[in-house]
Write a protein that binds this ligand. Structure first.
Ligand code: AP0
Length: 334
């Protein structure tokens, strides 16, 4: 660990809004490390940090939580988690909600964050949460100069948690015992993999045979999973989901910090896996002390592959839109 006298890990959260604040709370409760809350809004991260510091007395944990408006304070971070940006495009109603509308606003912010990571903590493991997710991971990766195994996006763990919850609820079993994955791009075309669902190893097919769940119900769950983000946006009236997104990103951070070698769906850099390259998209991967240690390539059926490719097509479209913004990485001449 660099840059500080402490032996504790250092976790910097870029963006101290709903998800940032919740992640800071989880870090303090789990005693994962010292936390730096960064935001462009003056005083707000300092206020959240003070509040969180007080919760440590009650939780009986000892971590330092600080708030800042200066990038210098992320120096030497072991983990950086990015939520900086907008949740809704200005002037758009809830009905028109789309993650893609955030692109021009959030892409600029990713460039700024990437450049500061490069400057202050080039050895960090970076998790991007800002939407539209998969393209934001790519912009961040380009501007940070970090190796591909040290940058990934959080979406698959969240989308899979929604899928797992709905199945568990239907079968009246613990969601802990439901294994299920959602892969592909984080958007309306994400791909919940029904064929790979098990209940503690028991294929979902067994439950269909016994009449515990029907194919129609599974199809409904798949649709509800894909739209769960929008369902929550509409109910909240402002902002978007934050408890489960925060818990998902912290699970990934913990897998890295404790070298847990967890198998988690993350937005990872593809170099030919799944037939795609030079892009980030949601696939199962091993997350351990070396970051994204391995992308796991599944054998998809032609139908599954077609759905996966369609979701990837969305990412490509947005990557083209990024090019049009003129934000791609340029080597600066001094
Ligand atoms: O599964 C995925 C990928 C999810 C799930 C839920 C949310 C992604 N999100 C995205 C969401 O779309 C948004 O882009 O996560 C992002 C943050 O969500 P949150 O609910 O935390 O939003 P917020 O408005 O409460 O917090 C965002 C913070 O970013 C700050 C801003 O002041 C606010 O506090 N911010 C804005 N510009 C910034 C900048 N340039 C900045 N912080 C640092 N630098």
């Amino acid at each position: 660990m660099t840059g500080t006298m402490t032996k504790r890990k250092k976790i910097s959260l870029i963006g101290s809004g709903m998800i940032g604040g919740t992640m800071a709370y989880l870090c303090a409760q789990k005693e994962l490390g010292d936390v730096v809350l960064f935001d462009v809004v003056k005083n707000m991260p300092q206020g959240k940090a003070l509040d969180l510091s007080h919760s440590s007395s009650i939780a009986d944990t000892n971590v330092k939580v600080t708030g800042t408006n200066s990038y210098e304070d992320i120096k030497g971070s072991d983990v950086v988690i990015i939520t900086a940006g907008l949740t809704k495009a200005p002037g758009k109603s809830d009905k028109e909600w789309s993650r893609d509308d955030l692109l021009p606003f959030n892409a600029k912010i990713m460039r700024e964050v990437g450049e500061n990571i490069k400057k202050y903590c080039p050895n960090a493991f970076v998790i991007v949460i800002t939407n539209p997710l998969d393209v934001m991971v790519k912009v961040l990766h380009e501007h940070s100069g970090l190796p591909k195994n040290k940058v990934c996006g959080m979406a698959g763990v969240l989308d899979s948690s929604r899928f797992r919850h709905f199945i568990a609820e239907k079968l009246n079993v613990s969601p802990r015992d439901v294994q299920a994955m959602v892969i592909g791009a984080h958007g309306d075309k994400m791909v919940p993999l029904t064929r790979y669902v098990t209940v503690n190893g028991i294929p979902l097919q067994e439950f269909i045979k016994k009449g515990r769940i029907t194919q129609e119900e599974i199809d409904e769950i798949v649709e509800r999973t894909k739209n769960a983000g929008g369902e929550i946006v509409n109910l909240l009236g402002q902002g978007s989901a934050y408890f489960a997104p925060a818990a998902s990103a912290i699970e990934m951070a913990e897998a890295y910090l404790k070298d847990k070698k967890r198998v988690l769906v993350c937005s990872c850099y593809l170099e030919g896996q799944y037939g795609h390259k030079d892009m980030f998209v949601g696939v199962p991967a091993v997350i351990g002390g070396n970051g994204v240690e391995k992308v796991i390539e599944l054998e998809l059926t032609p139908e599954e592959k077609e759905l996966f490719d369609k979701s990837v097509e969305e990412v490509r479209k947005l990557q083209k839109a990024i090019k049009a913004l003129g934000l791609e990485h340029h080597h600066h001449h001094h």
